[in-house]
Design a protein. Structure first.
Length: 138
């Protein structure tokens, strides 16, 4: 069943990989613009939208001048830490052009394993979605 605009309860979760948003290790703003346009149409049709986005490591690798994607977890984490702000900013800029607000949501496995933390994360996501905000998890 497809929800109507009045229901406003449908949820689309878009999973976007690194190859889409950061080909060659660089954030491609044109791709974000196209995705944001599509997500804006989905929101206008009454659906709630959340985004799960890869790309932080890829963007960080280029920014740090690394020759290749690192294998060591600490180097991957360093690349992600550098790439993360640009990734979220690219989503925010692209979605803002369609009148959508975003929120960066950081989750760990522990947030899903522990019942209290899981429920808190769930309530936070529901609050954001009800406010019309697009949660971005990376």
């Amino acid at each position: 069943m497809t929800p109507t605009v009045a229901e406003g309860r449908g949820l689309l979760v878009a999973k976007v990989g690194s190859a889409v948003v950061a080909p060659d290790g660089r954030i491609d703003t044109r791709r974000f613009a196209g995705l944001a346009e599509d997500l804006g149409r989905v929101r206008a049709a009454g659906w709630r939208v959340a985004v799960v986005s890869s790309g932080a490591v890829a963007a960080g690798v280029a920014a740090l001048g690394m020759p290749d994607t690192p294998r060591a977890i600490v180097e991957k984490q360093a690349a992600a830490a550098v790439g993360q702000p640009g990734l979220v900013a690219a989503w925010a800029d692209a979605l803002c052009a369609h009148g959508l607000r975003v929120a960066q949501v950081l989750l760990t496995a522990g947030d899903l394993d522990d019942r209290v933390r899981f429920l808190n994360a769930r309530r936070t996501l529901e609050t954001l979605l009800e406010a019309g905000v697009v949660p971005i998890t990376t």
